[in-house]
Write a protein that binds this ligand. Structure first.
Ligand SMILES: NC(=O)c1ccc[n+]([C@@H]2O[C@H](COP(=O)([O-])OP(=O)(O)OC[C@H]3O[C@@H](n4cnc5c(N)ncnc54)[C@H](OP(=O)(O)O)[C@@H]3O)[C@@H](O)[C@H]2O)c1
Length: 321
């Protein structure tokens, strides 16, 4: 089988492919034939080593100082191709989707994963491409809006950067939770933002819709606290999804500011969070937007698009049939 590897921190061309044997599932493991996998902003950051200011040393301590010592690919959709001893919850041929997570390994034709790990049956309502796209932005949007910002019905939500992986999920989930959703996007994506559930859309280069907002979810973190503060209602929450070390430290040391709150950090990617997102989908609250779909062989091109931070929805690579 073919598997992608990172050879160095650097441009997309540093991604390589190797031929390796199809792994055999050990006891308690499932062999998955990967059909589709997302190429995310996170993948582009791990490959390039380019992260918000101040976070570079932490990234390199976590995944490798000289080169990324993780395997490419964070999530996948496919079907069960084999079962290790003692696995009862899955059947050969069953459609599944799941996460290989931070340590990676979904950008390959087959993978093994623990049956009791981050692996779920793929709902009938989702294509393999949608299954691949499902978790990255969705888990982030759900956790930040539901658990951290505690968005309530009737509240006003502004999503800045409303049509990428995180923003596209946030608009849908915000609307599903009963919020009135406003959005910013580049003009080419205004129709998509409206289709996802935004009532009012402006071009972020021309400013934001008028506040006050109860929750602002700022995908690229471009407003920062000084930009968000005047737009927040009393008791408003500013969720800065992309934040540098100083913004994160500031939010940790002084989260409450004149009745308002700043929220940064990362989200969980455990089985319970995945199951909640599936329940949200089944309740009509979230379906990932699949943007471009490229062949696996074009993985470097996919990384190039992902690191532009202007892709509509989610970018997916599909494996050869
Ligand atoms: N904190 C966490 O746990 C967490 C989790 C996931 C992702 N992230 C981070 O979140 C960011 C976005 O990830 P993603 O997957 O959603 O990326 P994406 O799919 O590339 O989407 C980026 C979005 O940002 C918008 N945008 C680009 N430049 C902008 C600007 N100057 N002002 C306002 N909006 C702008 C884009 O709008 P247009 O396309 O219309 O230009 C697009 O909607 C990345 O930095 C990623 O590392 C953080």
């Amino acid at each position: 089988m073919k598997a992608a590897i990172y050879t160095a921190y650097g441009p997309p061309e540093t991604i390589g492919f190797v031929e390796c044997p199809i792994p055999a599932p050990a006891a308690g493991e499932v062999l998955v034939r990967v059909r589709a996998a997302p190429v995310t902003a996170g993948d582009a950051r791990l490959r390039s080593g380019r992260v918000p200011r101040g976070l570079g040393p932490m990234l390199r301590l976590a995944i490798g100082w000289r080169r990324p010592r993780v395997a490419p690919g964070w999530a996948f959709a496919g079907e069960v191709a084999g079962l290790g001893a003692g696995v009862t919850g899955f059947a050969t041929g069953q459609r599944v989707f799941g996460l290989t997570g931070f340590r990676g390994g979904s950008h390959r034709e087959f993978l093994v994963i623990r049956a009791d790990g981050p692996l779920l049956p793929l709902p009938e309502s989702l294509s393999p491409e949608e299954g691949a796209a499902f978790f990255f932005g969705g888990l982030t949007a759900a956790e930040f809006l539901i658990d951290k910002a505690r968005l309530a019905p009737g509240e006003r939500l502004l999503v800045c950067g409303a049509t990428g992986a995180v923003g596209g999920a946030a608009v849908q989930i915000g609307r599903h939770l009963g919020a009135q959703v406003s959005a910013t996007a580049s003009p080419a994506n205004h129709a998509l933002a409206r289709q996802l559930g935004a009532g009012e859309v402006t071009d972020y280069r021309a400013g934001t819709p008028p506040g006050p907002f109860d929750v602002i979810l700022d995908v690229m973190g471009r407003l920062g606290w000084p930009g968000a503060r005047p737009l927040l209602a009393p008791a408003g929450r500013y969720v800065q999804i992309t934040a540098d070390l100083w913004a994160m430290l500031g939010a940790a040391l002084r989260p409450r500011r004149q009745g308002r709150r700043i929220i940064t950090g990362t989200n969980k990617d455990d089985l319970a969070s995945m199951q909640r997102l599936v329940a949200l989908h089944q309740a009509g609250g979230y379906t990932p937007v699949v943007g471009q779909v490229l062949p696996f062989a074009h993985l470097a091109r996919a990384h190039q698009i992902a690191e532009s931070f202007h892709k509509p929805g989610n970018l997916v690579v599909v494996m050869p049939a």
